[in-house]
Design a binder for this molecule. Structure first.
Ligand SMILES: Nc1nc2c(c(=O)[nH]1)N[C@@H](CN(C=O)c1ccc(C(=O)N[C@@H](CCC(=O)O)C(=O)O)cc1)CN2
Length: 286
C-alpha cells in the first residue's frame, strides 16, 4: 500500500483563487487589503519565506508593505516599526517573521502588535480567544500553520471526529494551538501532545490514527500505525535540503501523507492570506 498525498501546493493554489475573488470584491466596494511584513536579520530561510509572502500577495491582489531591518536592530527600534504598522491605515494585517535574533524578546514584540492586525494569530489576545473558543465565526485570526493542517484535512474530506491525534512538538506556532483547534466540538478529535519529555513516544505513535509531526527534528518519527494519516510539518535542513520529521519509509503503510516540502508549508502561506482577507472583511463590515 502507498499513501495518498495531501497535496498542499494544489490546495493552496485553489484557496488563493477563492481569495483573489474576495479581494476583488473588497476592492470594488472601495476597500484595499494590505499585508505588512517585518524581517529582522539575514537568515536566508526567513528571507525566502518573506519573499514568498509578497509573491503570494501579488498573485491575489493584496497590496504589500515590506520592512527589512538589520540583524543589530534593537528591541526598541523594532517596537517603533511595530507601532508604525499598527498606525498605518494601508496595512490591514502584518507579521513579524520568526525566529527573531536572540537579543530581542519575541513575546514583547508579539504583545505590542495590534491584535486586530495580527495576521499570524500569535498575539496573546488571539491565542487567548483560541483557548476560550471565541475565534469563529470570524472574530479574530487563528494561527496559520494549525489552520493550514485543519483546512488541508477538511478539503480532502477527512473527518477527525473520534480520531486519536498525536501532536509531536509543543511550540507556540504549531504544537500547542493545533491541539486546541482539533478538540473543538466541530472537529471533535482526541489529542495527545508529545514533546521532548515524553518517554513512550513509539507507544503513542503505534496507537495514533493521525500524527502531526512538528518537532523540527529530521526523520525522528520512525514508526506509525498502519493506515495512519501523517502530517509532516517540522522543518530541518539536512545538507541544505528541506527535511521533515517523518521518515519517508512510513509513506508505504500510511493512508494519507502530507509531505514536506509540498504539504502544510504552502497551506501556511495560504492561511496567512486568508487571515488578512478576513481582517479586511471585518473592517469593511464596521
Ligand atoms: N511570523 C511567522 N514566522 C514563521 C512562521 C509563521 O507562520 N509566521 N512559520 C515558519 C516559516 N514560514 C512562514 O513564515 C513558512 C515555512 C515554510 C513554508 C513553505 O511553503 N515551505 C515549502 C518548502 C520551502 C523550501 O523549499 O524551503 C513547503 O513546505 O513546501 C512556508 C512558510 C517559521 N516562521
Amino acid at each position: 500500500m502507498s499513501a495518498r498525498i495531501l497535496d498542499g501546493k494544489a490546495t493552496a493554489a485553489a484557496i488563493k483563487q477563492e481569495l483573489a475573488e474576495r479581494v476583488a470584491a473588497l476592492k470594488a466596494a472601495g476597500h484595499t487589503t494590505g499585508l505588512g511584513t517585518i524581517l529582522v536579520g539575514n537568515d536566508p530561510g526567513s528571507a525566502w519565506y518573506v519573499g514568498g509572502k509578497h509573491k503570494d500577495c501579488a498573485e491575489v491582489g493584496i497590496e504589500s508593505i515590506r520592512v527589512d531591518l538589520p540583524e543589530e536592530t534593537t528591541q526598541d527600534e523594532l517596537l517603533a516599526k511595530v507601532k508604525e504598522l499598527n498606525e498605518n491605515p494601508d496595512c490591514t494585517g502584518y507579521i513579524v517573521q520568526l525566529p527573531l535574533p536572540k537579543h530581542i524578546d519575541q513575546d514583547v514584540i508579539l504583545e505590542a502588535m495590534d491584535p486586530a492586525k495580527d495576521a499570524d494569530g500569535l498575539h496573546p489576545m488571539n491565542l487567548g480567544r483560541l483557548v476560550a473558543n471565541v475565534n469563529r465565526p470570524m472574530t479574530s485570526p487563528l494561527p496559520c500553520t494549525p489552520l493550514g493542517c485543519v483546512d488541508l484535512l477538511a478539503r480532502h474530506d477527512i473527518d477527525l471526529n473520534g480520531k486519536h491525534v498525536l501532536v509531536v512538538g509543543r511550540g507556540v506556532t504549531i504544537g500547542r494551538p493545533v491541539g486546541l483547534l482539533l478538540t473543538r466540538r466541530s472537529i471533535n478529535a482526541t489529542v495527545t501532545l508529545a514533546h521532548t519529555g515524553t518517554t513512550n513516544l513509539d507507544e503513542l505513535l503505534a496507537q495514533a490514527d493521525v500524527v502531526i509531526a512538528a518537532a523540527g527534528s529530521a526523520h525522528m518519527i520512525k514508526t506509525a500505525k498502519p493506515g495512519a494519516i501523517l502530517l509532516d510539518v517540522g522543518v530541518s535542513r539536512v545538507d541544505g535540503k528541506v527535511t521533515g520529521d517523518i521518515d519517508p519509509a512510513l509513506y508505504e503503510t500510511a493512508s494519507w501523507v502530507s509531505p514536506n516540502p509540498g504539504g502544510v508549508g504552502p497551506m501556511t502561506r495560504a492561511m496567512l492570506l486568508n487571515n488578512v482577507v478576513e481582517a479586511a472583511e471585518r473592517n469593511a463590515a464596521k
